[in-house]
Design a protein around this ligand. Sequence first.
Ligand SMILES: Nc1ncnc2c1ncn2[C@@H]1O[C@H](COP(=O)(O)OP(=O)(O)OP(=O)(O)O)[C@@H](O)[C@H]1O
Ligand SMILES: Nc1ncnc2c1ncn2[C@@H]1O[C@H](COP(=O)(O)OP(=O)(O)OP(=O)(O)O)[C@@H](O)[C@H]1O
Length: 527
Amino acid sequence: MNKELLDQPLFKLNNFSFFYNTNQTASINQLSLSIYENEITILMGASGSGKSTLALCLNGLYPEAVEGTTKGTLLYKGKTIADYPRGVINQEVGIVFQDPESQFCMVRVEDELAFVLENLSIPRSEMKRKITNVLQQIGMLEYMNTDIHHLSGGQKQKIALASVLLMEPRYIILDEPTANLDPMSRLEFIELIIAIQKETNIGILVIEHQVDDWEIYAHRLVVLSKESQIQLDEKPKTAFEVHQNVLEKHQIAIPMKYLDNPSTTRKVAHKKTMDVCLEVHHLHYYQKKSAILNEISFSINQGEFMAILGENGAGKSTLLQCLIGLKKYYSGSILFQGKELQDLDRKTLSKHTGFVFQQPEHQFICDTVFDEVAFGMRLNNYSTSEINKRTIPLLRAFRLLDHQWKNPFTLSGGQKRRLSVATMLDETPDLLLFDEPTFGQDAHTTKELMNMILDLQGQGTAIIFVTHDMDLVDTYCERALVINEGRVCFDGSPQSLWNQKELLQDARLREPYRVRECRNRNVVHVR
Ligand SMILES: Nc1ncnc2c1ncn2[C@@H]1O[C@H](COP(=O)(O)OP(=O)(O)OP(=O)(O)O)[C@@H](O)[C@H]1O
Ligand SMILES: Nc1ncnc2c1ncn2[C@@H]1O[C@H](COP(=O)(O)OP(=O)(O)OP(=O)(O)O)[C@@H](O)[C@H]1O
C-alpha cells in the first residue's frame, strides 16, 4: 500500500514508543504507522499488544493523563500531538470505549449530552436542537429523559457514541465497542457506525478481537505483534484469504466464513452426572419495586455445561448474582447441593463455587497479580510451597507469568479478564459461574479458556456461562437457558434453539455462523 504518496496521513507514527512508568518494557515499541482520513481501519493484535494504549495516545489523552513517557514521533495533521493546545485533539478524535459507563458523568441522557455541549461552550439555546438531532441520528430520541442506569448495554453504547458525535469529530476510535452487546444490538451498532461513516465520510479506527461483522466494511486491516510491530497491513479480504498463517501466529480470530469447515470445530461434551448441583425454584427478584427476575425455575447437575443467553438487560447478570449469594433479597428458593443457599456461610460457598464477574475489576482485592491468584489458597492456610506449586502453572496457563508482580488494575483488558478467571481455578470448584468470560480475548486465549472449562466439566464441575457469542454456544454448550424480560423462555439444547426463529428474534439472539451457512445451503433442519 503506498497510499502515503497520494494522501497526507491524518496520523503519522515514526518509531513511536510508549512506556508506562511502572513497567520496564515498552507497551508500544517503535511503531511506524500512517492512518488516513475517510477510511475504516481495523486494528487487531494479541492481548497486551498495546492497542488500547495506542488509542489513548492518538486521542491525546496519553501520556498526559497517566504516568508514562514517549519516544519517537506521533504527528496529527503533520504536527506533534503534544504541540496542540490542551483539549483540541480530544475534540477532533473521539473514543468510544468497551465499557461506556466509564465515560458518563451525569444521570439522565439529556444531561449527559448537554454536559458535552457545555464543555464545547455551545449556547444553551442551541443545545436542545443538537441533542434532538443526534438522538434522532442514533435512533434513541425517545430516551432523552431516561436515567442512563436504566438503559441496556447496547443503548448505553449508543449514548456514548452520541456524546462523541456531538463533538463533530474528524476521526472516531472504537475500542472493542460491541464486546458487551447482545447479537442484534451488535449488528445494529455496526450498521449505525457504517451509516454515519457514509454520511459524514469521517475516518474510523476499530479495535476488535472478533471482526466477523465488521470486516466487509473496512478498507484496511492492521495486525500488531505482541511487541507492537506491524505484521500485516492489507485489505481485510486479502488478509483473511491469503495470510491465515500469519494471523494464526499472532492469535487473531479468523472470521468463520474464511475457514474451510467451521462445523468440525464443534466440541460439545456430554459429561452430565446424576448428582444435582443447583436447583432454582420460583425465583423472583425485584429492584426498586420493578420485577427483574420472574418465576425462574431450573436445575443443573454436576458436569453439565449450560449457557445463559438473552438480550442486554434481560436479567442474566442479576440471575448469576442470586445464584452465587451476592443478591440475597429474592423470593423462591435456591438449593446448592441440596442445602438452601441462604443458610450456607460465605467460606463454604467460596470453597465450592467460583464466580467470574462481568467487570473483572470488581473482583480484584490484592496489590499484585500473584497475590490475587494465591488469595484463596492463603485463606485456606496452604503452605508457601503449595501456593507456589499451584499459582505458577495457573499464571503460565493464562499467560500472566511475565506480569505476576504488576498491580492487577494496570493490566490490559484481556489480561484482567484472564486473571479474573485464573483466580477462580485455585481449586476444582463444584460450580463455576462465568459472566461473559471470553469478551475482549484474542483467539488463542478464548480457545485455551474454553478447553480449561471443558476440562473442569470433565472433572464434574457444573458450568453456567453467560455469553453473547452464539458461535461459542454452538461449539461448546450442551444446554441453553434463554431469559427474556426476566423470565425463562427456553431451556433445551442449542441445536433445538437454533430452529426457533421467532424465539431467537424476540430474545434478540442470532443463529451461529454454522447454522446460517447450513440455511444458506438450504439444509432446513439444523442438527
Ligand atoms: N440498580 C438498579 N436499579 C434499577 N434497575 C436496575 C438496576 N440494576 C439493574 N437494573 C435493571 O435490571 C435489568 C437486568 O439487568 P442485568 O444486568 O441483570 O441484565 P443482563 O441480562 O445481564 O444485561 P447485559 O447483557 O447488558 O449485561 C435491566 O433492565 C437493568 O436496567
Ligand atoms: N495503566 C497501566 N499501567 C501500567 N501498565 C499498563 C497500563 N495499561 C496497560 N498496561 C500494560 O501495557 C501493555 C499494553 O496494554 P494495552 O491495554 O494497550 O493492550 P491491548 O492490546 O489493548 O490488550 P487487550 O487486547 O487485552 O485489551 C500490557 O502489557 C499492559 O499490561
